[in-house]
Design a protein around this ligand. Sequence first.
Ligand code: ADP
Ligand code: MG
Length: 250
Amino acid sequence: MVKLVNVHKSFGNLEVLKGVNLEIQSGEVVCIIGASGSGKSTMLRCLNHLERITDGEIYIEGELTDKRENNKDLMKIDPAKVQILCTELGMVFQNFNLFPHLSVIDNVTIAPIIVKKAKKEEIEKVALDLLKEVGLSEKKDEYPSRLSGGQQQRVAIARALAMNPKIMMFDEPTSALDPELVGEVLATMRHLAEKGMTMIIVTHEIGFAREVADRVIFMDQGVICEQGTPEEVILHPQEERTKSFLNKIL
Ligand code: ADP
Ligand code: MG
């Protein structure tokens, strides 16, 4: 579904990604763990072209969408095509990022209406089904400020799903939540995983990763340091850096 080949990303002199190779198959649930500053968010942002890479190649659904060397373009990218491919990637952020001036239902329908020219009545039906799935049907006319963090994050998940993405990416979706609200968001994500959604999840919820991930990736200082099944990486890590990270957070 997505592939990164020798991806480097620098901000000025700071090299944040130092040659990342990663391929994710349809239906896979991949959890990414690693210390703050190791490049996890940057990697997700490069994947959906919120950031341009400085070196390497990115493929979405087999199509090359970015290829650079020394920060120079090596391909002629058709921006319209890349934009369409990027809508295949749904993204959920740590801080929900809902539109505060829009109701819940309008938050869910606005992107399909604007980006995909969806018909309002049709997408509202889809949105209601999605809100039901995340357990928020009765909140459809509320504004985000009247919802708990857990509810806001579930709206954000429904909003991303309304674009009908093939892959859902989550960047620390529960890190901003009070502890008692983490469970409801993880339950929603587990439900998505069980339905076969391809998912890339940056998380510090090691218990969740152990239960739900097909593969766990440990990132350290801009590279993938170790990866494997949850059992391999979490229970029997091979690399010293993985062991030391897990010791700190468990
Ligand atoms: P993580 O998500 O693993 O905590 P990030 O990908 O957010 O790590 O950040 C990795 C490094 O890149 C950090 O040192 C961070 O300060 C730096 N960084 C991230 N985004 C930018 C940016 N837009 N400009 C400059 N430095 C950045
Ligand atoms: Mg981050």
